[in-house]
Design a protein around this ligand. Structure first.
Ligand code: ADP
Ligand code: MG
Length: 340
């Protein structure tokens, strides 16, 4: 606001000054007007020079304006950098050894603001290698539950354990390097497709990258591109469709070989063309990993080992597709209405 105010002040002021100066020159010129020495031409030329002289000053004030503007941007950047980190390793935190991927929630309650819990008393055990789908209305707390597993927030009550170890007792690094998290929009960096996939494991060889891409069925569209894996893409993922970006992101996650996988609506922006490919890709990705899948598409979640229906701050229904269908509850309602 200061920068804008300044800009709106400086332009009219300097503009007016230059106009006033020219007016003054004309006035003085007319007063001393003597056709023998000061001709009309001289007068016109002089005022022309004066306005030329003024131009660099206007430019300088413009630079000043930009400067103030950029200071404002910088302030924002530093504000973000200076934001204190609330989730840190606690004193003497141990390294989490290689995990199998067993996850337990023991009566977990959590709220972003004090006294306003988003989830309450959630308990469940997930065996290593099991796939769990979470579904339910928007705002029910599905994303919150999965973000607690990677410890994006501290819980002050109760505990979440991975392989029997409380996740608040281990270092964040040792926990998070064994997890793969994929969100709705996958970020594509400026660089080649090869680099983009390799991002999750920087020392991976080209062969490993290609193998990961083949496993999740990303190889098919990549090899159709003129430069294949060396095609340059950029941050907006130009030339790539939403589904193709997702496939690259699948390959990236597979390469890092996480034991616990979280897909938070990772398949919702998929076009019909890539949908079939993607289903294969996901199936490959899930093999041998504990996975938490949040999806709206019932075709994605019906194959999961367990489905949890989240609503009213807790788990309302839980079981396999067949069990929940037999129960004729909320899942049944949704399933029959969607397939209709
Ligand atoms: N960072 C946050 N700060 C405060 N409230 C949040 C934050 N993230 C989510 N919420 C609130 O928590 C509730 C659950 O959100 P979320 O877990 O994202 O739901 P879902 O993923 O099931 O749609 C919502 O009411 C939402 O407004
Ligand atoms: Mg969500």
């Amino acid at each position: 606001m200061r920068a804008v105010r300044y800009a709106h002040l400086i332009w009219p002021v300097s503009d007016n000054i230059s106009t006033l100066i020219r007016a003054a020159m004309f006035a003085t010129g007319l007063m001393v007007f003597d056709p023998a020495t000061v001709t009309l031409g001289t007068l016109a030329a002089m005022t022309g020079y004066a306005s030329r002289f003024w131009q660099p000053i206007m430019n300088l004030s413009n630079i000043m304006n930009n400067f103030i503007n950029n200071i404002a941007y910088l302030e924002r950047i530093f504000e973000t950098l200076d934001e204190p980190v609330t989730v840190t390793d606690k004193e003497g935190a141990a390294e989490l050894g290689e995990i199998t991927g067993q996850v337990s929630f023991n009566d977990v309650s959590f709220g972003y603001e004090k006294g306003n819990d988003v989830i309450e008393h959630i308990s469940f055990d997930v065996k290593a290698g099991e796939s769990v789908a979470l579904f339910g209305p928007t705002g029910a707390g599905k994303s919150t539950i999965v973000s607690l597993i990677s410890r994006f927030y501290n819980i002050d009550r109760d505990s979440i354990t991975v392989d029997g170890v409380d996740i608040s007792d281990v270092t964040l690094r040792s926990l998070r390097t064994q997890m793969g998290i994929m969100l709705q929009d996958s970020f594509i960096f400026c660089g080649t497709i090869l680099d983009n996939i390799r991002y999750s494991k920087l020392d991976a060889t080209d062969e490993e990258v290609v193998r990961a891409a083949k496993t999740v069925c990303a190889d098919q569209f990549i090899s159709l591109m003129r430069k294949g894996y060396n095609t340059e893409v950029n941050e907006r993922g130009s030339k790539l469709s939403g589904g193709e970006k997702q496939l690259i992101s699948f390959a990236r996650t597979l390469l890092s070989d996480p034991k616990i996988l979280v897909l938070d609506e990772a398949t919702s922006s998929i076009d019909a063309k890539t949908e079939a490919l993607l289903q294969q890709g996901i199936a490959e990705l899930l093999k041998g990993r504990t996975s938490f899948i949040i999806a709206h598409r019932l075709s994605t979640i019906r194959n999961c080992d367990r489905i949890m229906y989240i609503d009213d701050k807790g788990i309302r229904e839980s079981g396999s597709h067949d069990e929940l269908m037999a129960k004729k509850g909320a899942y049944y309602e949704l399933y029959t209405s969607q397939s209709a």
